[in-house]
Design a binder for this molecule. Sequence first.
Ligand SMILES: Nc1ncnc2c1ncn2[C@@H]1O[C@H](COP(=O)(O)OP(=O)(O)OP(=O)(O)O)[C@@H](O)[C@H]1O
Length: 405
Amino acid sequence: MIEAVGLTKRYGAKTAVHNLSFQVRPGTVTGFLGPNGSGKSTTMRMILGLDVPTSGSVTIGGYPFAKLPNAPRQVGALLDAKAVHGGRSARLHLLSLAQLAGLPARRVDEVLGVVGLQDVARKRSKGFSLGMGQRLGIAAALLGDPQVLLFDEPVNGLDPEGILWVRNLMKQLAAEGRTVFVSSHLMSEMALTAEHLIVIGRGQLLADMSVKDFISANSADFARVRTADTEPEGREKLTAALVEAGGQVLAEPGGALRVTGVPLPRISDLAHDADVRLWELSPHQASLEEAYMRMTQGAVDYRSTADQRAGLLQADPYAQGYGYGATPPQGQGWGQPAQGWNQPGQGQGWGQPAQGNPYPALTGEQPNPYAPPQPAQAPAAPPAEPSAPATAPADLTKRDSEDAR
Ligand SMILES: Nc1ncnc2c1ncn2[C@@H]1O[C@H](COP(=O)(O)OP(=O)(O)OP(=O)(O)O)[C@@H](O)[C@H]1O
């Protein structure tokens, strides 16, 4: 078992990991999720003794990594697949690791077979593709037949067959009773691989629960409503009625409305009362991917902005109205400013305005129960030392003004 207690890592003014406490148990695959820069690799490095915690501790089977007896036989890890001497063949690379760990040479050939690299075993690894490099890294992790395995983004660069293989390998390793801790950005992949999830944002714990609980806690039901295209004013009338009835409304690309908080029959009644014709009224469930995106939205460090292409484009006569690439009109008779997929509303409880995020908060939506409380105004600069505990995370909407790296 891996156990972190109050784990914190600061690099100068940058807090990469803050007061993280969790357990990774044997017998299941535990997914470790978080946006770019949220502290996943830093946490894994601390587990492996490659970084020293500023405070708190992390142990494997009760020992800090440095004190672990016969560590290569107990723990295997893939952190950076490129951390290989490119001039060496795959076989030689593994052979040197095996010798350092006191493992027999035949184990090298076994793991080369397990990862499917036997045919290129004598080729220099600098000619390897990203996927081949990942396979070599996984082979290195498996060398000592360890009970505890850590994989940082193991499916990076793998083709669909490779992704399926990694998924099955992780499950098999866990089924053998091992502790398997896998980091990823890909909620969809983790939903298929992991049984348990640890989700972090800006170095702090956002969720620690089974995938099953995560799905039921975060995949909200919603209704998709489409009013008659021939009566454009109907959409605004219905939106106003839904908001007044306590619903949350989101403009989808293509003109439909996504509605939560109002049951389907009531939406139908409201449309009838407002004399609005409907072309679609259908029940849906938000995907797990979407739920994850919304959960971590306030903790994303790196956001894209729209490419303005200033001075590069001719005026587009079709760039009006709703739809892909268009900006929905604001405050035109709706209960609240419209929140389109392309122009999410500002400061509505999920953290910073979600520029470029296709999963904005819904109009009137309640905050994520796992998200931190939101201030009316984010302070200009974050404190160097956040003080809130993991169970009540400090404000994740604060942006670090400078990356210390
Ligand atoms: N050695 C370092 N010196 C300074 N800052 C660092 C160092 N290592 C990590 N950081 C910072 O700590 C934060 C967490 O980084 P980390 O690599 O752990 O995140 P991550 O979740 O693994 O990101 P990604 O998903 O992009 O790999 C980032 O802001 C990063 O810039």
